[in-house]
Write a protein that binds this ligand. Sequence first.
Ligand SMILES: Cc1ncc(COP(=O)(O)O)c(C=O)c1O
Length: 409
Amino acid sequence: MNDGFAYIDRFAPGLPDPTPKFAGFPPFNFIGGHNDPEEIPRDALAEAASRVIRREGAALAMYNLGVGPMGYPPLRRFVADKLARHRGMAITADDVLITSASGQGIDFVCRLLLQPGDTVLAEEFCYAGAIGKFSRMGMNVVSMKLDDDGICIDALAATLAELKEKGVTPKFLYTIPTIQNPTGSILPLERRHALLALCKQYGVPVFEDECYADLVWAGGAPPSLYALAPDQVIHIGSFSKSLAPALRVGYAVAAWPVLSRMLSCKTDGGTGALDQMVIAEYFSAHFDDHIARFTAVLSEKLDTMVEAVAREFGTSVEMFKPKGGIFLWLKLPDQVDVRTLIKPAADAGINFNPGPEWACGGPAAKSYLRLCFALPSKENIREGVAALARVCFAQTGIPAFSDNSRNVA
Ligand SMILES: Cc1ncc(COP(=O)(O)O)c(C=O)c1O
């Protein structure tokens, strides 16, 4: 029976393509930023939830818990304290706006600063979600060259000078300086200072996305860009990677004129209050031990993936070993276009992120791919990487050797 409206004729122009119905994860799922199911602290979260609901649950009767749209005050205090201790930021809870994860933070910053046709600067390899948002808004995205330590400052200086020649001032410079997505690099301190100096010289605000900064291996990271120049930087972060992406909670830190405008864009009735309360209750007591345990697990899983990739792809692959986080970024030889592997890999039960989706230059990154090592178990990583190498060999003849043996057709 179909006597309703033919909605298909009535949709507004310019909508994104329809999303297919979710068919479940494939056996080897290396895509997206999922977390490790074994590392969700279920008992401690259940205790935190029970405690905080018994103590403060009556406030759920009110929008925004009756304390206004900036977020649950104990969570804002926790974020301010965490960023002061770990990211060198001299802030208080008043500087923190809780968002419905950091994706909402990106939406707000775009909404506040961009109009179609504007120019933004982004790293040449970059978070696909941000690239997608920028291009859907009709931005001219100018890419910044990366090396193993992140943004190359000389190249950035040349780009800014060229843009100025043409009379263009980018609306912002979007960067993931601490555990860059997808390359996993950490921008060194001198480069942070140099980047901020250039941005000041050319009048370009910095939009800093620190989605992965809690997941740095031993050795740590320099202070955030916000810590070094609070008046030049809008900073966002998330609990998706440090705790759980299904809890949709993140935060933005910026000067009040920016935060107050973000607040006006926050028309969702408030970020889920229970999520905020449980995170505050759990992390206020357990952040440091949780992060120590979790990063140790992730770093072991990375080792497993690096070993598997080295074994299965041998010298055919270049690996960019991350300094933290949940992704391994890889390059296959130039003649491999990973886009031709997507369908055969999916048929073999393997999903991976193709480089062109994670690059401002799109097709130029055709030989790159990204694998997430947080969600799969170690066994699943070994089997899945071997299965991917078989698919790649069947399609391209590469890798010629796996596990020290010549592959045969
Ligand atoms: C760099 C970066 N920023 C933001 C996000 C958005 O994450 P969330 O909205 O879950 O905080 C992601 C997700 O993968 C990301 O990689």
